[in-house]
Design a protein around this ligand. Structure first.
Ligand SMILES: [Zn+2]
Ligand SMILES: [Zn+2]
Length: 241
């Protein structure tokens, strides 16, 4: 587990054929009110849990898993993590919470070809990713968790109910798969994706003061150049119409 600030830690994804999302741990260690952001790929629950326990985190202190969105590479091991922390709540944006509770896996797999491939490879049955959602997250919600304040931003485009978490006081942004390091952005061809919405979401994020960018995959940026997200939005604007 990698320390980013005194109340923010990072468990790097262990990519296989399919990527494994990074997991972020939010909250002051002594608060007893910790949150995970995202879970990861199938089979990675044990790795994520041992990274936490080796760092001295008590599983019972983890009160919730907040999903940036419900793609397979983020939600694949959510069940494994909930088995290890049965008291943890699941928080998902309203637009992805409803299908998730119904067992509609269109967003989880993103496309039929991918569903078939993954179900075969991981021996998954239809409905394997059905979850009770304890809290439906909304845009502009102010979260007071773990002794810190985070603002929720609904940033659709990569998926319908994608969210970012923003810590304005410290300029920290957790944008899921919407924007990455190295001027890359999330794909916009899967179920629920929308190029124009992604463009709007990038522009919305451009208005934030961001010093630390913590995406769902690849490099984390702890010294984001001024205007970085605006430059990314500009670079991709022509493709996002
Ligand atoms: Zn995604
Ligand atoms: Zn992802």
């Amino acid at each position: 587990m990698v320390k980013i600030t005194d109340s923010l830690f990072f468990i790097p994804g262990q990519d296989e054929m399919i990527p494994d999302a990074h997991v972020y741990l939010l909250g002051k260690p002594q608060s007893g009110d910790l949150s995970l952001v995202d879970a990861g790929l199938m089979g990675k629950g044990r790795y994520k849990m041992s990274a936490l326990t080796e760092a001295g985190v008590r599983p019972a202190d983890i009160k919730r898993v907040i999903m940036t969105h419900t793609h397979l590479d983020h939600i694949g091991c959510l069940r494994e993590i909930l088995d290890a922390i049965p008291s943890a709540e699941v928080w998902v944006h309203t637009l992805e919470a409803e299908p998730l509770e119904r067992g509609d896996e269109s967003t989880v797999y993103g496309m039929d070809m991918f569903r078939q491939m993954c179900q075969t490879q991981y021996r998954l049955k239809d409905g394997a990713f059905t979850f009770k959602v304890d809290h439906r997250i909304e845009d502009a919600e102010e979260l007071r968790i773990g002794g810190e304040a985070w603002t929720v931003l609904h940033i659709p485009g990569h998926s319908a109910g994608g969210i970012a978490l923003y810590d304005a006081a410290n300029g920290i942004l957790i944008p899921g798969d919407v924007v990455y390091a190295d001027y890359s952005i999330g794909r916009f061809d899967l179920h629920g994706a929308n190029a124009r919405a992604l463009n709007d979401s990038l522009l919305r994020l451009s208005d934030l003061k961001v010093k630390v960018l913590l995406p769902g995959h690849n490099r984390v940026l702890t010294d984001v150049p001024e205007g970085y997200i605006r430059a990314v939005a500009k670079q991709w604007g022509a493709y996002l119409r």
